[in-house]
Ligand binder design. Sequence first.
Ligand code: ATP
Ligand code: MG
Length: 331
Amino acid sequence: MSKTREKLIAKLALRPGRRPRLARIDPDGELTPDLAELAEDELKEHAREVLAHYLERLAEAQEELWANDRRSVLVVLQAMDAAGKDGTIKHVMSGVNPQGCQVHSFKKPSAEELDHDFLWRYVKALPERGRIGIFNRSYYEDVLVVKVHPELLETGKLPEGKRGKAFWRARYEAINAMEKHLVESGTLVLKFFLHISKEEQRRRLLDRLEDPSKHWKFSAADVVERGYWDQYQAAYEDAFEATSTPWAPWHVIPANRKYVARNLVAALITRAIEGLELGWPKVSEAAEEELRAAREQLLAEDSSSGGARARKAKQKRKAQRSTKERRRDER
Ligand code: ATP
Ligand code: MG
């Protein structure tokens, strides 16, 4: 991979403790000079090839993850409505073995979920060792939509108290502590924010309204939430500042062009798993001995059945010869 592309990818991770200004991060994304010269359809074609390349590597990385059965990967996907979370999951995961991958989509919490601490329902859904777990929305909703609409807190049964800065700080700290614990326990935590512009969201929502095959995707609530765009962007900035940590940094993915977002997410997940340098699990000397014995047994079976086949053929030839001989004698 070229150095410029390497640099562009490295720039996507937010530095811990820094407050990003989302308005200053271009949702169209930056292209390397060689790609910037391409026309839109050439770019798409190139993106398809790059995605295919990463999906191949991701499939192998996932197999190693599965075979090792010691580490797991948690992919957290957050975004404004219509930013392309579903499409990204569909494309990026299209190449992996479904057995080793699980996707959880989190909606408004149920009465049972509200009866527990805010992390409970997410902890229950964490990926097992050897697997990739994708959170389509996550515990971050509890410091995003809930921060934008604090009245949601009243539907829960939280202890009395102020819902000011200290309340939200405690939630960020709970999230950081949980993620740190996960990382120390062998989980790779990868967090992506699909960053689209307000204008791109308008186009996509209109598109859903104008195309009957996309009507099912449209939710009037999306238009209502769009009215809170600035509050959401501020809540995201607060969350990024507080929860982009050395052990689990956030990545802001330019998502106005869907293929750019998909490729970047695929590249980052693939490289992160490859970075674990798992390799194929080592087999003990005793197990090696068992493998050798099993191999010998199977080979012997093959030659003995081959031998049986040969004996049968010999008998058949003998029988044919004797019939011929008998006829000759009869003549
Ligand atoms: P789509 O792209 O299909 O619209 P979606 O993730 O937006 O996918 P929806 O069913 O439209 O799915 O929306 C889920 C809603 O649930 C979102 O508005 C989200 O903010 C809300 N939600 C998720 N977690 C929480 C939470 N912890 N508290 C309150 N609301 C939540
Ligand atoms: Mg929605």
